[in-house]
Design a protein around this ligand. Sequence first.
Ligand code: DGY
Length: 320
Amino acid sequence: MNVFINKDIPEAGIKLLQEKGINLTINPTENVLSREEFIKICQKNDALLNVGTNNLDEDFFEQCPNLKGIALFSVGFDAVDMTSANNRKIPVGNTPDVLSRATSDIAFLLMQSVARKSFFNHKRILNDDWRSFDPLANLGQELYGKTLGIFGLGRIGFEMAKKCKAAFGMNIIYNNRSHNEEAEKELDAKYVDFETLLSESDVLSIHSNYSAENNELFNKNTFAKMKSNAIFINTARGKFQNENDLFNALTNNIIWGAGLDVTNPEPMKSDNPLLLLPNCCVLPHIGSATYEARNGMAVCAAQNIIALFENKKMPFCVNE
Ligand code: DGY
């Protein structure tokens, strides 16, 4: 079996694949391949181990009729048109669990960074603007006993909720497609409708899978329903937010602050006005960027490919 890996991944995954005698073509360049080049190489392979946000849409599947399976190097599978994959019975695998801690760490870090204006104050020092101690300046919020609202309480949301409960005794409310009984039992999390999530959260953190029906769900209408002290955190997908509306909400005191590890679009340009706001912290999509998580992702992705090679069901298959 011939497998194309479109960007190098940690050795732990490569080793597993090589031990099975699987033939690997690894994109040798640092650069993202053009769509044309990417499709050309996929056409010559039986499976794709996909790193990044290539749009694996109907056109892609049409052009690569020999592909037998796709292992994503991500937990999110929004890059794949699942209807096209399902119609062709092409299994698609992802990398769940192994990055839940790392990604929720970044959500927690952003929450704290926004609450205490840390990025903005770091920039001030760089600009030689360290002002003398002022009892009325740089005031942030404490999060003790406040309400964390989770949109999408799966594995990552659960890790975020655990941290917030342990560190600040936060009350947890959540909105999800279904009840999360474990979180209700362990963390006393309360299921609420979306409107209540908006109106009662002091911190609202997105941990849901993205799909087109949720495109820019967080926009001027939804920000207007949030508390004026609310902190908006997104470590899931940038397309959940309308960034013009977010900018207006942040500059007109509609909400208090925002922490983003994902932007709409990515990458964010350096002249984006959100980067200059004192109440906005932005990171370049590094949620899963730890040695531990990335090794785990490499192993999951390799296990998915190996299962395909052995005519077994992928252990982390996302097809219905
Ligand atoms: C994921 O695993 O979905 C991360 O966001 C990387 O794309």
